[in-house]
Ligand binder design. Sequence first.
Ligand code: SIN
Length: 491
Amino acid sequence: MPISTPFLSQSAFLEGLPIIGGVCAATTEQVIPVLNPATGETITVIPRLGASEAMRAIKYNVEALQSWRCLAAAERAGMLQAWRGLIIQSRDDLARLMTAEQGKPLSEARGEIDYAAGFVEWFAEEARRTYGEIIPSARDRRILVIKQPVGVVGAITPWNFPAAMITRKVAPALASGCTVTLKASELTPLTAFALARLALEAGIPPGVFNVIAGDAPEIGSVLTSHPDVAKFTFTGSTAVGKVLTAQCATTLKRVSMELGGNAPLIVFDDADLDVAVAGAITSKFRNTGQTCICANRILVQDGIHDRFAEALAARVAEFRVGNGLEGDTDQGPLITPAAYRKVRDHVDDAVRHGARVVTGGQHHDAGELFHQPTVLVGATEAMRLAGEETFGPVAPLFRFKSEAEALALANRTRSGLAAYAFTRDMDRFWRMAEALEFGMVAINTGVVSTETAPFGGIRESGLGREGSRHGIAEYLELKTISLGLSGQVQA
Ligand code: SIN
């Protein structure tokens, strides 16, 4: 079923417009088309906003900050809970909108709406737990530490999770008393605009949460250099993250960066084969391979290699590939022609260097941006896919002999986001958990993402953590209060 503009007006809140200061910002002459990657059709066009709208949004944030931060935590929590309720009520509309602009299967889009709502609920609860400290000190002094909101937050989010990456940043920022201007991806702005509209409906005051999109370098430059923005947060590629971090240095903003990964997934001889195959599928093929934590290199020990390759390929060959809005699908399109090209290049390069295709390996006839889910054996470090994120549905298997060899191979990357290992040996479980140099390690599961756990990487995968009780700390400053005392209790 083709998605067109009338779809957007089926629900009042899906107007497809940015929100600045509580009203729609629709006043630019230049527009950007929003495409459905499954069909190439234009869903709608959005205004192409730039530096002046970014500055206007920050001005509204500044004006709204004082009254927002002075609310009781319970009042902010109540509005966040109301926002969560509206997101859940609109789950189906939001999921269809997301699938239309992003391409992920509808079941995954529904799952992402739940994931996104989970962050709002979690941080609504955390709003009331930003406890301070009292530190024992000298006889004539007491030291108190309180936590206060950082201030105005600038945020930029990616296209691969058009809802969850937003709530993972915005919910803790709002819960702590900050105000936010978010630049959504120009590829998937509609879900973001709808979320902002729902936030207003939930009672979050105008100007507290603005959502814009348009000229990415212009808006990015304002968000990273404006003196009134105290904190900047970004999810996206390592290359862009480095540029934005450097831009933030001029005003020394607090920064958190959730950047690219190159996740190893290690299958040892002693692994449960079914568990390892299921874990590899979950990790590798979620969102058609387009996540920063997708297994990028699958390292398989000699003794289990052939059975694992056969079982994985059999499951992958059964995937239903197609437009997520039409029937049940497991895999959707790549997001852009450039993303598709990279996947093709990685497969071609791997085959040229000696990899063998077990299943897939070709374009998929569901549409221009579809690639067959692929399993390759004989992958080596000479191939591009060993050093770069493929960000697509390609599972390359690297064969290894010893634990030491696997560990060295796994850690040989400048990235450090997520790693996976499958083993039934408890000693090896601990060795892997401690020796894999990544921010997140999953053992015997392909899942690491949840609002309850810290998410983030080390080395060139980023700075800071999102989710969990640590996620709200990114939006709080510590203030030390030194309290002088005189006199003693008289006998
Ligand atoms: C990402 O790809 O950066 C996010 C994945 C997740 O939250 O699970």
